[in-house]
Design a protein around this ligand. Structure first.
Ligand code: KG4
Ligand code: ZN
Length: 338
């Protein structure tokens, strides 16, 4: 078989990501532009500014990735782009570019589910998880436990009823005056804090089931900070311990329930060291193997979209029309298998 190369485009939120995935050589190039500096002064993502910046970045990043991968645009066999979920205007940019290139190069294009991209990101690594597995997806927009039987066969076991865990990290960081995006900053501050000075609740662990709720933690952090303004690091620590232990407890419950021996953890918060530590201890006790993406591919990137699309495109799946489609809301359970 001749080599098959997929171009991946990610533009669902505040990162423009490009990936090139080759059937023969795996990931051959990836480029990322983060809009953090643009949104920082507003304390959160401004959707219109995000869309405008994606428009400016996407073509130069594609060119740079092609150069890195030492290939030409015409060497590409297919295009994968994030079609949803995400910000409508931001998704439109990736979708429009993908469909235009697909039409002009006469090659197939396929809309990828952003969370499937996260979920499959560990498959970019040398040591890969085997199906079936439980996936814990923890990002700025989602917190989910998923029963993954195969690619495209996803059953959501539990999800957040309110804030996503990344969102709770970001909001708590904002309360502590750590700026945006606060998750990584809060994690760094927590390293200086002492565990046990403050005790935060572990939301919903005494209730059966696998759903999450994180908005109460943020409120708890606000009230604690109000009374103890000088003890930021201890508050950050208490928040991080409560959030990561809650995630661990729910993972343990899911693994005991469906008895898989593999856990995949992905999405922005999977970069968190305290979470990895907590889960690794649990994994050793339960004899469960845990797989994470490399640090760079925990948060949004084009490599995971290139891979997720590639696995489907090589099997002949494609979007059959030239319409510029987006799916700002789209459940993982609606995906096709391959
Ligand atoms: O997956 P991602 O890049 O974007 C979404 O799809 O939402 O996740 C971003 C989220 C943000 O909430 C960010 O604060 C959080 O992941 N995050 C972290 C860490 N790194 C990123 N949260 C805690 N600890 C970290 N080290
Ligand atoms: Zn994401």
């Amino acid at each position: 078989m001749t080599n098959f190369i997929t171009l991946g485009i990610e533009s669902s939120c505040d990162e423009t990501g490009i990936g090139l995935y080759s059937q023969q050589d795996g990931l051959i190039a990836h480029r990322l532009f983060s809009q953090v500096e643009i949104h920082k002064e507003y304390g959160g993502v401004v959707p219109e500014l995000a869309s405008r910046d994606h428009i400016q970045r996407v073509m130069p990043l594609i060119k740079a990735a092609l150069k890195d991968g030492k290939i030409k645009l015409t060497d590409i066999n297919a295009i994968a782009y994030t079609v949803g979920p995400g910000l409508a205007g931001a998704l439109l940019v990736g979708s429009a570019v993908a469909k235009s290139l697909s039409w002009s190069l006469k090659i197939p294009a396929l809309g990828v589910h952003h969370m499937e991209g996260h979920l499959l990101a560990p498959l970019l690594e040398y040591k890969q998880p085997k199906f079936p597995f439980v996936a814990l997806l923890v990002s700025g927009g989602h917190t989910m436990l998923v029963d993954v039987k195969a690619i495209g066969q996803y059953k959501i076991l539990g999800e957040s009823l309110d804030d996503a865990v990344g969102e709770a990290f970001d909001k708590t960081a904002k309360i502590l005056g750590l700026g945006y995006p606060g998750g990584p900053a809060l994690a760094i501050l927590a390293e200086q804090g002492t565990e046990g000075v403050f005790k935060f609740p572990r939301p919903m662990i005494d209730r059966p089931g696998l759903d999450f709720s994180f908005s109460g933690l943020k409120t708890f952090a606000r009230n604690t900070f109000f009374k103890h303004q000088e003890q930021k690091a201890d508050i950050a620590k208490a928040f991080e311990v409560a959030a990561t232990q809650t995630l661990m407890i729910k993972c343990r419950r899911a693994l005991k329930k469906i008895r898989y021996k593999t856990l995949v953890v992905a999405g922005g918060v999977s970069a968190n060291k305290a979470l990895r530590n907590e889960l690794d201890i649990m994994g050793r006790k339960l004899n469960v193997k845990i797989f994470y993406p490399r640090q760079d591919f925990c948060t949004d990137n084009g490599a995971m979209i290139a891979l997720a699309g590639h696995l489907r495109l090589v099997k002949g799946q494609e979007s059959k029309n030239n319409k510029i489609v987006i799916k700002p809301r789209w459940s993982l359970e609606e995906l096709q298998t391959i």
